[in-house]
Design a protein around this ligand. Structure first.
Ligand code: SF4
Length: 430
């Protein structure tokens, strides 16, 4: 048995009240403020009606052009660097392996999720295409240009996968189909597999089926919150947002039926107030259904309704990352694990020697998501620094080095004898 921490307040723990996890009571989002009518529904952008001229780099000091999917999409900064659209370097990685595309409209996403930088309440302060999302800017690009650039050298592309992220907008179902068709007309989905990050609230079974018929490989649902209460507080009535736990699971079950085993999954954000036991119950349920979970570490996104709250303590995050990897890829079941009164994992259900080998492989601590071409358990979607700063990496977008493993082991309180980690040591090597 691996007993990690005693219950209650802990010396050195970074979470609220000296705990090594984010408790439900401490993770209450702010209430959304009122949006002036002149700022609603992308009115400033539509009134100015500036014609976009190719690539648009988010800049809230200038008026945002009037860009709209399916003609335009946004992409992660990492994808834009990899495509050669913007200059930049990423710590530890030469590129990203997933081309993440995001639908875009002046009206933006009509939902109001408390942790999300794209949420509707932000129309009071920032136009949609200028909003930060998972810690980075999302440049906007004509979809035809994206396809031109990738189709010019499919064999040589660094991308192992392309993903279309839907948002909550009346046109997003139809426009996802058009964006997908623009891609598959020129690029073989067997050469670069396609994932859909869906928006269940507006979808039906027929929508899911159409996306499968058009060549999508994997369908995911951003459940994000691990319990119905947390879902409602962060994505539903608690923040005047339209989503419901039941509808998300309904579409997830349709995806299971239509896409089949290993071809569907759910995103879960760890550290928004759920217990480790609760999140692991969802992980196990997904595996029992034949799918996977893709984990994100909660980070207080600037401008979101949770930007005043603490990021997930690394102790909690590492325990859940490791436990999730064991369930998803090593055949361990949650009922073999043990939890304390606060729901924290105190026994991973494996002998120490076996656990140690899995920790040392490092894959458990890398970004999780849809697989690329290296291995089933290595995500193409590496989202560099999407859930943490470089100085305190949550999801590693690169293979862990010896110093990274020592850091992770120190966060897990599972250091090997004689192998310690000194804070900042990894940067001394640069
Ligand atoms: S539906 Fe997605 S994009 Fe829209 S606010 Fe919620 S998390 Fe953000």
């Amino acid at each position: 048995m691996t007993c990690l921490k005693p219950e209650g307040a802990l010396p050195g723990a970074k979470g609220p009240q000296g705990l090594d996890f984010n408790p439900f009571e401490a993770m209450q989002p702010r209430a959304p403020g009122l949006v002036p009518p002149a700022m609603k529904n992308g009115r400033p952008v539509k009134q100015a009606d500036l014609t976009p001229e190719g690539l648009y780099r988010p800049d809230y000091r200038v008026m945002t052009p009037n860009m709209r999917s399916p003609e335009y999409v946004q992409m992660s900064t990492a994808a834009a660097i990899t495509l050669g659209l913007v200059e930049g370097r990423m710590h530890g990685c030469s590129c990203t392996r997933c081309l993440n595309l995001l639908l875009t409209y002046p009206e933006g996403c009509r939902a109001n999720c408390a942790y999300c930088g794209l949420a509707r309440h932000r129309e009071a302060e920032r136009n949609y295409a200028d909003r930060n999302f998972i810690r980075v800017d999302w440049p906007a690009v004509p979809m035809d240009e994206v396809v031109d650039r990738v189709a010019a050298d499919v064999a040589g592309t660094p991308f192992h996968r392309m993903c279309i992220s839907m948002i909550t907008h009346p046109n997003s179902d139809a426009d996802t189909v058009t964006v997908l068709r623009k891609w598959t007309d020129r690029i073989d989905p067997d050469a670069i597999p396609i994932s859909i990050l869906s928006n269940p609230t507006t979808m039906t079974r027929a929508d899911v089926q159409r996306l499968r018929d058009m060549g999508s490989d994997i369908f995911t649902v951003a459940l994000d919150a691990a319990t119905p209460a947390l879902f409602d507080r962060t994505r539903g009535k608690g923040v005047q947002s339209p989503h419901s736990w039941a509808k998300y699971w309904e579409i997830l079950m349709e995806a299971r039926d239509i896409f089949g085993p290993k071809k569907f999954g759910a995103h879960i954000i760890v550290g928004m107030g759920e217990t480790e036991y609760e999140v692991m119950q969802v992980v196990q349920r997904l595996v029992d259904l034949g799918g996977h979970s893709h984990m994100f570490c909660f980070f207080p996104e600037k401008g979101s309704l949770m930007d005043h709250l603490p990021a997930t303590p690394r102790d909690q995050w590492r325990r859940v990352q490791l436990a999730r990897y064991l369930v998803d890829y090593c055949g361990v079941r949650v009922d073999q694990m043990r939890f304390d009164e606060a729901g924290r994992i105190v026994d991973f259900g494996l002998p120490q020697s076996e656990l140690s080998v899995i920790i040392d492989a490092g894959i458990a601590f890398r970004t999780s998501g849809c697989p690329g071409k290296f291995a089933e358990d290595i995500s193409a979607c590496d989202r560099p620094y999407g859930d943490s700063p470089v100085s305190d990496i949550a999801s590693y977008p690169f293979p862990l080095k010896d110093v990274d493993l020592r850091k992770v082991r120190s966060q897990l309180n599972m250091e090997k004898p004689g192998e310690t980690y000194a804070p900042g040591e990894e940067f001394d090597l640069l």
